[in-house]
Design a binder for this molecule. Sequence first.
Ligand SMILES: [Zn+2]
Ligand SMILES: [Zn+2]
Length: 452
Amino acid sequence: MNPNSSLSLFVGFLLAFAVCETGSAASDVKTLRETVTRKVEAEYPSLLGIYTNLHAHPELSFMEVKTAALVAGELRALGFTVTEKVGNTGVVGVLTNGIGPTVLVRADMDGLPIKEASDVPYASAAVVKDMSGKDQPAMHGCAHDTHVTGFIGTARLLVSMKDQWAGTVVFVAQPAEEIVAGARAMLADGLYTRFPKPDLAIALHTYSGMAAGVIGYGEGTFYATVNSMDILVRGVGGHGARPHTTKDPIVLAAQIVLALQTIVSREVQPGTAAVVTVGTIHGGLKRNIISDEVKLELTLRAFDDKVMAHLVASIRRICDHLAQAAGLPDDRLPIVTLTPESVPVTNNDPALTRRLVSTFTEWFGANRVTLRPPTTGGEDFSEFRRQGVRICIWSVGATDPARIAESERTGVPVPSNHSATFAPIPEPTLKACVTSMTAALLDLLAPASRSK
Ligand SMILES: [Zn+2]
Ligand SMILES: [Zn+2]
């Protein structure tokens, strides 16, 4: 073989390699998708077992001890560096696989104090302690068990496909989302200082209002800002037969509840989302006693911080002035308090969201990826958006498509998240959780050889 022919062979090889590389980007993704689908199928029986076990054994906010132990054990067995008890019951698993971005993946772990009334064979009959030590019925009524299962499945897939990604993943199993305290607790306990600080943070939430396996997304505001407010309406108590000697806080509380209804209907611009809900009202001791006080608990929702500030100011104004109209002295005006059960708007980074939507469309098909308007629910995943960390959370449908179609026909809503009868159908919900999270990570952490 002369030098010229070996040179041309070498050039030919280079050309063939270059053609193969450029031509392979699309087929790379197709092969990757097929590999992931195969692996999800193989993992499914085990993941279903994890899911039904979690579903039957929910734990309440900041009491997720067994769930946290399960997650920690799984991640540790997969080779993650695991730290437990971050922000009370939170778990952090870190896995570095070469040089690349750092992506945080979050799953929330807590159930709700609801007595489950679904008809699935693995329905929860659990009665567990809440943070205060009180026994409560418990249910995974917000499907955080699907999130934890999807999280474990994603970790397994990533570890089995280390040649397909480069960078660091920070897997965060977060406590107490339902009281929007867990994310703050983990951040306060050094989530962004003791562990690799993420460039991006991603999460998913299962949603009863969409057909199982469908992905829902939104840019910008995706979940509302939520404020939790307590109002202590004070009166001057006395005998029920001698109302003229008292200032009745029950009558005043009733006036306040009705007047609060005018904030959204009369003060907020039509078309602007805002909610003022009085969820509890407690007052009185006995029918013939006019009590000293009535307690109200409210939840406020908005898609804009200025609108939220308006709601809060209006509530204070209405409380003060109605109490004055009732003749209460200044030192007995209602006490209005915002509780820590409050979160800012969940703001999905537009560029990150667009990138993931393009990935999901490629993986799931356009008919299974749908734009969702922002919801008035709150999410403390919003807390991870700080110190330049860009975030995106998406929805995964969880309800039998036939039931969704029936609901559209009859107008009768399907059971919502937080309903005692809500139970996601595991297939294909769990697969969509694992696949969407894995697809997102394989895209965000794509090695240089697999550019899109
Ligand atoms: Zn919830
Ligand atoms: Zn939830």
